[in-house]
Design a protein around this ligand. Structure first.
Ligand code: C2O
Length: 555
């Protein structure tokens, strides 16, 4: 069936949080943006009209966009921006996907305020152990008192890291632990003795988060719109870009004659808090009483759930990630490529660039920050790479593009104590990894141990991938593949590469087009931690990129 969700225009809206009122970039004036609800198999058409004075694009994070890269959305990768006063209709089909995804703006840091849930109802019944009484979307974000695009611009000018946001939020609400925010608290009322499906999304710009509900166990059943083998956990770790569905059974409050509140809380996973935001957003789970009392805001002091992991809890983060497994049922088999055609190894780094002699740079050691993959800092061109590719311009007449190196330019001890001297320099360019249709590709993402206090959430557009292995230290191509999980590895679109370690992902490159691969920590993308990924069209017509739509925005 054809489905046109409730997203129509981009507009400014005055919004107040933390006693600070500002104009936010929004969709239809909503913050967070509207929830999109579709069904597996739907043909989706979303006409977006830009009613503001700046460029924008929208991206449907995790939607595969099979042959429809034109609707994917990252600015200058698959389209030029929608300019002021103009419209563009995103058209795509939801094929063989179901679950929780999300959507967000994909230009500068606009996704700070322009984001929302994207829910796909399955053709088949849920494969869950209990009937779902109600579904509850929970989307984490960040609130910034300043304009976020100005934050990015200033950061790029000074070479320093950005200032932190002013609060984390649950469904746009910071909660009572922030100044002047008591009235902006998320409260979810539930009934005792039911099973709820929480659709949890991390839309924060800069932080992986731990999330827990006091006295409750969560059962993980889905990640990035792929069912998992269920497991119970006291908390979850969720990286920017990721989604996690959990079952929540309301089996706590004993006496239902009066209502009872349980604190839910999200705070960052960070191995070093300075200079990052290490604050906590809380909301409440409210067990409804039989007497139907009015909901009262709980008063301080607020006790954080004892099951919320401490901020630096790498052990919890690691064990949690290791428990994730594809469901791998006959209905939903795990399609991990058992053999590969190609292995690409890439470092993921923060880097430093010398400061021009007449300037002062505030990054580190008087230099500016950069970020890279295989020491290539990605430059977004001023045209759409997909359009260039479609017109066969990526390889021929222009010298704007060049090949992404398939191995680190020089090996060093990536996770050693101080690899700064060796790892400092990067090259700038629009580097593209080009593979033939159907390539079974393995990418090893190797973190480098420089000034980075958290996992890098690497997101691949246009494809899901399978995380066949992870580890700490340096990847070893002789030993590590022996321990890969080629049976039921987790399938997702965003992997949190362990800090001081590596992750090996396998991609069945069967979606022709140009796809962005990047770190979902926003300043890292700004600094160049990204690459282009081109999957060539196959020999059959059904394996080719479709032609561009007529209303594709021009550059
Ligand atoms: Cu969630 Cu390139 O994006």
């Amino acid at each position: 069936s054809k489905h046109s969700p409730n997203i129509t225009h981009v507009e400014w809206k005055r919004v107040t949080r933390l006693c600070h009122t500002k104009s936010l970039l929004t969709i239809n004036g909503e913050y967070p943006g509207p929830t999109i609800i579709v069904h597996e198999g739907d043909n989706v058409e979303i006409k977006v009209t830009n009613k503001v004075d700046r460029n924008t694009t929208l991206h449907w994070h995790g939607i595969r966009q099979y042959r429809t890269g034109w609707a994917d959305g990252p600015a200058y990768i698959t389209q030029c921006p929608i300019r002021a006063g103009k419209s563009y209709t995103y058209k795509f089909t939801i094929a063989d996907q179901r679950g929780t995804l999300w959507w967000h703006a994909h230009l500068s840091w606009q996704r700070a305020t322009v984001y929302g849930a994207f829910i796909i109802y399955p053709r088949l019944p849920y494969p869950f152990s209990a009937p779902i009484h109600q579904e509850i979307p929970i989307i984490f974000g960040e609130w910034w008192n300043p304009d976020v695009e100005a934050v990015e611009n200033e950061m790029m000018l000074s070479g320093a890291g950005p200032n932190s946001s002013d609060a984390f939020t649950i469904n746009g609400l910071p909660g009572p632990l922030y100044p002047c925010s008591y009235q902006d608290t998320f409260i979810q009322t539930v009934e005792k003795g039911k099973t709820y499906l929480l659709r949890i999304m991390n839309a924060a710009l800069r932080n992986e988060l731990f999330f827990a509900i006091a006295d409750h166990t969560l059962t993980v059943v889905e990640i990035d719109a792929v069912y998992t083998k269920p497991f119970n956990t006291k908390a979850i770790m969720i990286a920017p870009g990721q989604t996690t569905n959990v079952l929540l059974t309301t089996n706590q409050a004993q006496d239902s004659s009066s209502s009872k509140m349980f604190v839910m809380a999200a705070r960052p996973y960070l191995t070093s808090s300075f200079p990052f935001d290490n604050s906590t957003t809380i909301g409440f789970l409210n067990y409804k009483s039989t007497r139907n009392e009015e909901i009262k805001h709980p008063l301080a002091p607020y006790v954080l759930p004892s099951n919320l992991p401490p901020m630096e809890d790498t052990i919890f983060a690691t064990k949690f990630s290791e428990k994730l497994r594809s469901l791998g049922s006959s209905q939903y088999p795990c399609r991990v490529p058992k053999k590969i055609d190609k292995r690409v190894i890439t470092t993921i780094s923060l880097n430093l660039q010398d400061c021009p002699s007449n300037e002062t740079c505030k990054g580190f050691r008087n230099k500016r920050f950069l970020a890279s993959m295989n020491n290539q800092s990605f430059i977004r061109p001023s045209m759409s790479i997909l359009e260039c590719h479609y017109k066969n311009l990526t390889t021929t007449s222009t010298n704007l593009f060049s090949n992404f190196p398939e191995n680190p330019p020089f090996p060093f001890n990536y996770t050693g104590v101080d690899p700064i001297a060796e790892n400092m320099n990067t090259q700038f360019g629009t580097k593209l990894l080009v593979v033939p249709f159907g390539t079974k590709l393995e990418m090893v993402l190797q973190d480098t141990n420089f000034l980075n206090p958290e996992n890098h959430p690497i997101h691949v557009h246009g494809h899901n991938f399978f995380i066949v292995g992870t580890g700490f230290g340096n990847y070893n191509a002789d030993k590590d593949p022996k321990y890969y999980n080629l049976v039921d590895p987790p399938e997702r679109n965003t992997v949190a590469v362990p800090i001081g370690g590596w992750a090996a992902i396998r991609i069945n490159a069967d979606n022709p087009g140009v796809w962005f691969i990047h770190c979902h920590l926003e300043e890292h993308t700004s600094w160049g931690l990204a690459m282009g990924f081109i999957v060539q069209s196959g020999p059959k017509p059904s394996q080719c990129l479709l032609p561009p739509p007529h209303d594709l925005p021009p550059c």
